[in-house]
Design a protein around this ligand. Structure first.
Ligand code: 9YT
Length: 132
């Protein structure tokens, strides 16, 4: 059985940060569960362009306020605690936070731990290096 605590991840290599979010990666590919599980903060006042071309992602908001805009249709969906969205069609999207949003994210296939979005908002499919 695997047991981890958020406090043990904060500040380590599994706490991945960009200008718009911090992703505390609780379960990664190396944990062998078949998915990864992240506790993510999307910073207030930011917009992030995202396209999970290679992954399916489910996101469950537990704190904060914001919205997701689907790039292809222009549809805007408000996000508040209790909102789940699942990108089952690899939808390109813009994620905006009005207040810091805390999101629980699940990825299939699991991320290895190092991914951040590239210039198109894509997470590459990384090969694991050094056992990660
Ligand atoms: C909700 C979302 O897509 N945030 C961007 C970061 C990503 N979820 C991650 O790597 O945890």
């Amino acid at each position: 059985m695997i047991v981890k605590k958020l406090q043990d991840i904060i500040g380590t290599a599994d706490d991945v940060r960009t200008d718009t979010w911090a992703s505390r990666r609780l379960l990664l590919r190396k944990d062998g569960m078949g998915f990864s599980l992240h506790d993510t903060i999307i910073y207030a006042g930011t917009e992030t362009r995202i396209w999970y071309k290679h992954h399916l992602e489910a996101v469950y908001c537990i704190e904060g306020k914001g919205e997701i805009e689907l790039v292809d249709t222009g549809e805007v969906i408000p996000i508040e605690p209790g909102t789940l969205y699942a990108l089952d069609g690899h939808e390109k999207h813009l994620l905006r936070a009005e207040r810091d949003m805390r999101m629980i994210c699940v990825f299939n296939p699991p991320v290895t731990g190092r991914e951040v979005h590239d210039e198109s908002g894509v997470y590459p499919l990384l090969e694991e290096v050094g056992g990660r």
